[in-house]
Ligand binder design. Structure first.
Ligand code: MTE
Length: 301
């Protein structure tokens, strides 16, 4: 396989930004102000297949996985509205030069939001194409100055059963924890997300701050992050603790490795009738396959 360096995307895969902008200019106009400084999107720099139409906004914000607000897809939109996301603090801990408890304003606001349209593939077999607003996690990590001990980054979601009714049941071990290897966290595709479709992130999508790692199954993208911890050992992650045989730490989208209970070879794009083939690394192999050179992706699922 030829591995291209990030950014060198064939122009045939790039949807002209103007087309996209025209379709939803009204949304950007309304939302950009609310998000603060919005830089020109880097959309053109990231690959889209010609059939990658944006998933309608109503589906992006109405068909969600967020077990803190119930296990069915409609529950988060119904139940998450009251979650208090302001003020918000994020603890930075572990092997890092600048640990501490940061306000959202101090930690997140210095990073201007840019737009990235990513394929979003859930482990359950459905997918979307979502225009996220965010900034590269690597920019934040560099600001926090992890020490040489930092080999992994762990992300923890809010633990507040009073506000999150799903946490009153033990459907998952709480709080929701996810993690990345440091090189994955520093990869320019990995995004801290504060908005979607040019607007601030709705609570059901993980407001005020969530992670998006587009070449991995969606469960790696923890929502409502309150803690970022740098560590020398692989974090224990929620789905891996709950059902280790089914959900590995890596969770790279891989059509060749079936989930024990279903195939991952194809996916249903929300809003479309026919299934389509799932792509290796969710279509981002050119940019990320080199991170896993020499690794057995069947063992490291
Ligand atoms: N984060 C938390 N805190 N709780 C969750 O249940 N579900 C994950 C991920 N992040 C989840 C979470 C799963 S399985 C997916 S597919 C994505 O969120 C869904 O993100 P979306 O609802 O914005 O599409």
């Amino acid at each position: 396989m030829i591995i291209r360096r990030g950014g060198e995307i064939p122009s045939s895969e790039i949807t002209p930004y103007q087309h996209y902008l025209d379709r939803r200019a009204f949304m950007l106009a309304a939302g950009a102000a609310a998000l603060g400084a919005v830089l020109p999107p880097r959309l053109g720099a990231w690959p889209r297949r010609s059939d990658d139409k944006l998933t309608p906004y109503k589906d992006v914000i109405g068909y969600n996985n967020y077990y803190e607000f119930g296990t069915d897809k409609a529950s988060p939109a119904k139940l998450a509205g009251g979650l208090k996301t302001d003020p918000w603090t994020i603890e930075v801990a572990g092997a890092v030069k600048r640990p501490g408890t940061y306000s959202y304003d101090d930690l997140v606001r210095p990073h201007p939001a840019e737009e990235r349209v990513y394929r979003h593939r859930c482990v359950e077999g459905w997918s979307m194409v979502v225009p996220w607003m965010g900034f590269p996690l690597g920019d934040l990590i560099r600001r926090l100055e992890p020490s040489s001990q930092a080999k992994y980054v762990e992300f923890t979601t809010l633990n507040d059963p009073a506000q999150m009714p799903g946490q009153r049941s033990n459907v998952l071990p709480w709080p929701y924890v996810e993690g990345l290897r440091m090189d994955e966290a520093l990869h320019p595709l990995t995004l801290m997300v504060m908005g979607v479709y040019g607007k601030p992130l709705p609570n059901q999508n993980g407001a005020p701050l969530r992670l998006i790692v587009p070449w991995k199954y969606g469960f790696k993208g923890g929502k409502a992050i309150v803690r970022i911890r740098f560590t020398d050992t692989q974090p224990r992650t929620t789905w891996n603790i709950a059902i280790p045989r089914e959900y590995g730490f890596y969770a790279n989208v891989n059509p060749q490795v079936a989930h024990p209970r279903w195939s991952q070879a194809r996916e249903r794009r929300i809003g479309e009738f026919f299934k389509q083939d799932t792509l290796m690394f969710n279509g981002y192999a050119d940019q990320v396959a080199s991170l896993y050179a020499g690794m057995n992706l069947r063992i490291n699922y």
